[in-house]
Design a protein around this ligand. Sequence first.
Ligand code: G3I
Length: 345
Amino acid sequence: MVVALLVGVAALRGTLDGVPDRDAPAVSPLRPAGDRYAGVAIRADLLDDEGYAELAARAYGAVTPENELKWERTQPERGRYTFDDADRVVDWARSHGMRVRGHALVWHLQNPRWLTDLRPSRRRAIALLRDHIRTVMGHFRGRIHEWDVVNEAVEDDRGALRDTPWLRWIGPEYVDLAFRFAREADPRARLVYNDYGAEQEGTKADGVLRLLRGLKARGVPVDAVGLQGHVSTERLPGFTATLERYAALGLDVLFTEVDVRVPVGGDGAPTGGEAALADQAGRYATLARGCVALPACKGFVVWGVDDADSWVPEAYPGEGAALPFDGDLREKPAYGALRDALAGG
Ligand code: G3I
């Protein structure tokens, strides 16, 4: 009777609050070789979906809050900080013995209107930057082991610093200052410069390398480069050599937001069928092998638990199905390929 009642309530839950009930499959966890971690991006609102949460905790050993630590969420009004959603993800992760990486302290997107509407003096902008970094990192000190301090500061075409509010208000030194404030705020955290499209040779990687070389030369406390790894199944020219160039600067290398998109139809399923899923698995394996082959590579994070919650279909119409589990939480070939490659196979 009690069981029947509980089952009834669970079945209703999905229809009552819009949270789907999906069962987590039995999966063997990712166990990366050496001192590396394997993580996944998590959204606070999806933790109510037990299948989603259980699968994430079974498969992965680390978590990145996908949106909950961005400015619009942590400082929605000037001087008023809110950490409820981020705390939820962090507490959940820690209660499952998972590590947490923080994303992101300085970015040109997902900022609150009050911030982007400001026209502060340079001095005032520096004070805002310091206050935000101090307060957010201070709140999570000891609970978040590494931070994306500056995200996507390099533009794609020329590899120069991107035009952002912080560049306009402070000048190029904003990058240095962000890292210095971050070191002050939590001296034990690994501090990361994070960007996309820089895992292969080209103008973007050259620009990121130039920025990082400059930071190191000026004694700025940057510890790692985060390569987001939002890729398709197309070739990645100069992949291995590019990773080695970052490591040669004395930096750790992290894969921070990996997903591999494939062409999909209106129903969200890959139009290429099993062959497309095999190609996708191969691409996950290539990225993971690149990490395992590089002693400096310390972490590998997938950008979302399953295809139903991925950012890809919205951003790339006609593409999607980019994650190792499908929208029903079923394991795709990519997961096994990733597990084997991360284990050093
Ligand atoms: O929270 C609102 C919700 O209240 C509303 O009902 C819903 C309706 O669309 O929108 C929700 O906000 C969305 C949010 O994701 C949470 O799902 C935003 O519209 C949407 O823009 C936001 O997208 C995020 C995107 O960053 C913003 O640029 C993606 O989830 C997130 O995966 C993506 O992550 C970025 C990394 O931070 C940096 N690197 C690239 C990566 C992919 O774009």
